[in-house]
Design a protein around this ligand. Structure first.
Ligand code: PGA
Length: 236
């Protein structure tokens, strides 16, 4: 069964998130789809969404704290209010745009794994590394596991090449299977692909060897498209 996750990034409001979430819930119920679906809204749009029973809401980010003085951040006190127990860690935008170091990421991972959170842990190489070939790419990706307990039971991995994120350039099937099979040979965890996944290619990608689902940004923000993505992968 494919895992399908939507990363809203800095998109949607509280109001539009609520309507998106309800629509996806109705869709899954009506069509009796049992895919493993996740939605990661902005932190301002998190809520308990009491009526939603068919999928999981997660946080895109939180600080490694229950509460305290960390301006602009949220901690488990804010997540507990909505019973959120799922978090994205290591997303490329947090690494490369917001400047989170591997050390900070590992600290966050340790904190949230200690609490039993489901962690979707993202890895992926920038273009200049990809251009140096598969060996260098894998070296780079493995460094992103430094300080990470890859045996953690509630762990899902997402391979997202930085050059494919939000660019419309999807990795080729060969790129994906090469990296996925290498990671899978070392770490036996579900492994999603992310990077310009869309309605038209999600099924093919999810059917590739070593791909257990997709983490989707841009193409998941329109609810009709997200429903179609779920529809296209429901039996994969
Ligand atoms: P994209 O983003 O689908 O817009 O490429 C993927 C991600 O960053 O998770």
């Amino acid at each position: 069964m494919a895992i399908i996750a939507s990363n809203f990034k800095t998109n949607h409001t509280r109001k539009s998130t609520a309507s998106f979430v309800n629509e996806v819930n109705e869709f899954l119920k009506t069509n009796e789809i049992s895919s493993d679906v996740y939605i990661f809204p902005t932190s301002t749009s998190l809520d308990s969404f009491d009526t939603v029973s068919t999928f999981t809401i997660g946080a895109q980010n939180a600080y490694a704290t229950a509460k305290g003085s960390f301006t602009g951040e949220i901690g488990t006190t804010q997540l507990d209010e909505f019973s959120i127990k799922t978090i994205l860690i290591g997303h490329s935008e947090r690494r490369h745009v917001l400047g989170e170091s591997q050390e900070e990421i590992a600290k966050k991972f340790a904190f949230y794994s200690e609490l039993g959170y489901k962690i979707i842990y993202c890895i992926g190489e920038p273009l200049e590394v990809k251009e140096q070939g598969l060996e260098k790419t894998l070296e780079y990706v493995y460094e992103q596991f430094e300080g990470i307990d890859t045996n953690y039971e509630n762990l899902v991995l997402a391979y997202e090449p930085v050059w494919a994120i939000g660019t419309g350039v999807t990795a080729t099937n060969d790129d994906i299977t090469n990296v996925h099979s290498a990671i899978k040979s070392k770490i036996e965890k579900p492994l999603l692909y992310g990077g310009s996944v869309k309605v038209a290619n999600v099924r093919e990608i999810c059917q590739l060897n070593g791909v257990d689902g997709a983490l989707i940004g841009t193409a998941s923000w329109i609810v009709e498209d997200f429903k179609q993505i779920i529809e296209n992968t429901k039996d994969v």
